[in-house]
Ligand binder design. Sequence first.
Ligand code: PGA
Length: 258
Amino acid sequence: MRTPLIAGNWKMHKTISESVDFVRKLIPFMRESPVRVWIAPPFTALQAAAEAAKGSSLQIGAQNLHANEEGAFTGEISAKMILDAGASFVLIGHSERRLLFHETDAGIRKKLERALLAGLIPLLCVGETLEERTQGNTKKILTTQIEKALGGIMLEKLEKLVIAYEPVWAIGTGETATPRIAEESHQWVREILTGMFGNSFSKEISIIYGGSAKPENISDLINQEDIDGVLVGGASLNLDSFIQMIHLGKNHDNPLFH
Ligand code: PGA
């Protein structure tokens, strides 16, 4: 049974007080919601947001981590620090990290291993650029990204893993993948996972969609059989639209969620 997941990625937005205010106002709307709700605020607001979320089902996570346990890495944040701040998950391999900060598949693999070792839930982001899609390389790119991140890792360690399929051309552009295009990629991701870890694993794992997800398109997206939720950037910054997405997330027709 895959419980729907609505995850907000705030990127480089919101101060500590803005984050706490958002979390406090959000929690009453989450009561009795069957949907999982996660938020990744900036590092500075992690602890305060986690504190504000205590006693609720809202999970707070980080947007990045360093692959090493500790050391002379000026400006970096370790898995232990993230856990210490009260976070439970961490985004790994977001396309902005891959493209703007030159993260490689090998580096992403190291971060994923570190997160697992520390007990943080990895939210692994994968997705193709527009160029890769137009050249017909979407499946190849997804296969490489997933195999390099997860190949050889023990199945039992990946039970809580969540994968976000985020076509780079749809992130922050207002251009959403059509539900059909998104579903095709989600199916492919599940096929890759079946090949690597077997059928029962790939059936259980949550694969969420990211890229201009918003209240207007969330229902069509998550009604697809293999889309188990959304990773939301822009539309997660506004409380009303995020709450709307949580409500729409629980009212959809996907039989897997009933
Ligand atoms: P967006 O961002 O919803 O603003 O497109 C999604 C993401 O980067 O995770």
